[in-house]
Design a protein. Structure first.
Lengths: 112, 475
């Protein structure tokens, strides 16, 4: 896979140099890339378009996002928060933003 | 201390306990446990701007001109020391090469070093020498070595918490030798938190600090609110390690702060007054200097602006040296002079150290240094018939010029001297990269014995802590 700014920010080492340590802390450069990086933004947008076609309602989308990313159902509270953000008839943008918020949860991210 | 272990620490600790006898693991008494006895030095600078003339800037064609020999068909190449006439600068008896008039006028504000001697690294490759200039270590190394900007970011932290402490302007990695360039644009073992914030093109710098293209402010706010609400409710809130939660949350908050801060406007060059913008705008490098000025106004710590290295472009003149240097000088002269003046007028120059440097110099005949010549890379005819052969095309390491302004550096000072005849090598006060680095650290109040234990050996800012700050450069 060709390197890109997303992978670089996430700590993919350069093949030409020896790398013996990995960060165990998140940092500003990573979170900026995650927040406004083109790569992640594009991927999430495309995914959101697919999901909009695939799933009939906000309720199903919320359930599926949690099951597929975190391997569990959302709590009642989480469901309400997500539902408030998505509305009844979710648009692609809203789905994309839900993806983003869930992917950035410390629960989804593994820093090691 | 946090009680929670992350996976990596857990593995390290357990492996150390169980297989220590096999000599494999080690408890790593804190990867970053500093083992130094720091000497405290009063700082004369808070900020550094490094203006890098990537590709090898010939001293005899810029800040250390020698006898001028105009072009004529049939001239002997050995007669040629400088291909430009020179002019007097603001410093008594000091001349610069034609095309650098603006910088010449402001030399009373800084120090001119004419005796930088680059290292012998064998067959000359730009990226190896650039690695050496920026890290002070000779490549290759067994660990990833930090860039000088990363050391400074690590030791001093950001000056303004929302502005990244190490910003690198102007270098793309998609050019030739891109991987080699990446090798020294790294925080290495200090951790990527201290790595360069990369702005390959200053005119699009704003894009790196604003919400994704096409996202409205209200949507950006709503998305962030959604995230925060979910974080609060997440099961991780109960069971996750503080280490991970805190670190991710802190960095997300920092990003949000930067993207929303008034300081982010510093990245937007379109907000600069037109008159000022035009004065800086000689292209990418000039705009990089303008961006550097705007960022320093908002509290940047270390900024590097490069003319950009790309093999056979920029200062990397393997042919047409004379013609191409006219353009290079036009590119740097006005913006560098303007930057120094602007910083001086705003009063920031006193605490901002500006350095103009290159990985090595050039000569028409000598490749390497006179007594230690290395393989010639460029054919130079004995008799010059064609303009394309008129210029400094070989790599010369024995006499290079560096300019320093502000941050405690002497005003109107000249340090060192090169010979007036070929080889135009350093004849007085040779200074090497470790001293240059230590001088910069000294100005910033960073102790010369700063080191970290990396893979069970101390790792210093300069190899084994060698090199002394040259106090003669400082006021």
């Amino acid at each position: 896979v060709a390197n890109n700014s997303f992978l670089t920010a996430m700590g993919r080492p350069n093949r030409e140099i020896v790398s013996t340590s990995r960060d165990s802390q998140a940092n500003l450069l990573q979170s900026l890339e995650l927040t406004n990086g083109e790569k992640l933004n594009d991927v999430l947008y495309k995914g959101a378009e697919l999901w909009k076609e695939k799933y009939p309602s906000s309720d199903v989308i919320i359930q599926e996002v949690f099951v597929q990313t975190l391997n569990r159902k959302p709590s009642q509270k989480e469901f309400q928060i997500a539902k408030a953000a998505l509305g009844d008839q979710p648009e692609t943008d809203k789905i994309q933003d839900l993806f983003w918020a869930v992917l950035l949860l410390p629960e989804f991210q593994l820093i090691y | 201390m946090k009680n929670n272990l992350n996976r990596r620490d857990f593995l390290k600790k357990t492996s150390a306990a169980t297989i220590a006898t096999m000599g494999l693991g080690s408890p790593i008494a804190g990867l970053f446990s500093s083992c130094n006895t720091r000497i405290s030095i009063p700082a004369s600078a808070d900020t550094v701007i490094l203006l890098f003339m990537a590709g090898g800037m010939a001293h005899t064609e810029t800040f250390d001109p020698k006898k001028y020999t105009p072009f004529r068909k049939g001239m002997e190449s050995k007669e040629v020391l400088s291909t430009f006439p020179s002019f007097p600068t603001a410093l008594d008896g000091i001349h610069f090469s034609e095309g650098l008039e603006s910088i010449g006028k402001i030399m009373d504000k800084g120090t001119l070093i004419r005796s930088y001697v680059a290292a012998d690294l064998g067959h000359i490759l730009h990226t190896r020498h650039q690695y050496h200039w920026h890290t002070c270590y000779e490549p290759p190394q067994s660990v990833v070595v930090p860039h000088i900007g990363s050391w400074i970011a690590k030791e001093l932290g950001p000056l303004n918490p929302v502005i990244p402490p190490f910003i690198n302007i102007g270098q793309r990695f998609t050019v030739g030798e891109g991987e080699e360039l990446k090798a020294f644009h790294s925080a290495g073992f200090l951790g990527s938190e201290f790595g360069p914030f990369l702005i390959p093109d200053p005119s699009t710098g704003l894009e790196s600090v604003r919400p994704p293209v096409g996202m409205s402010t209200s949507r950006f706010e709503a998305r962030n609110q959604l995230y925060e609400n979910l974080v609060k409710e997440s099961a991780m809130g109960e069971f996750g390690s503080d280490y991970q939660k805190e670190s991710l949350k802190r960095s997300m908050e920092q990003a949000y702060m930067l993207l929303n801060s008034p300081e982010a406007k510093a990245f937007d060059l379109s907000l600069e007054a037109k008159e000022s913008y035009d004065m800086y705008n000689t292209g990418k490098f000039g705009l990089g200097c303008l961006l550097a000025k705007r960022l320093v106004d908002q509290g940047a710590r270390f900024i590097s602006v490069t003319t950009e290295y790309e093999p056979f472009f920029g200062w990397d003149t393997h042919d047409n040296g004379h013609t191409r240097l006219k353009d290079m000088k036009k590119m740097i002269d006005a913006p560098i002079a303007r930057l120094i003046q602007d910083l001086d007028e705003s009063g920031r120059l006193d605490r901002t150290l500006v350095i103009v440097a290159s990985e090595f110099s050039r000569d028409m005949l000598t490749e390497g240094r006179p007594e230690l010549k290395v393989l010639d890379q460029v054919e130079v005819p004995d008799i010059i018939e064609d303009m394309k052969n008129y210029g400094m095309h070989r790599h010369f390491t024995d006499g290079c010029s560096i300019l320093m302004f502000g941050g405690g550096v002497k005003r109107g000072h000249v340090y060192g001297r090169t010979a007036d005849e070929r080889p135009c090598k350093t004849v007085e006060k040779p200074i090497k990269i470790d001293s240059i680095h230590q001088t910069i650290y000294h100005a910033l109040g960073i102790s010369p014995d700063t080191n970290y234990e990396i893979e069970k050996r101390p790792f210093y800012t300069t190899p084994d802590g060698h090199g002394k700050a040259e106090l003669d450069l400082l006021a």
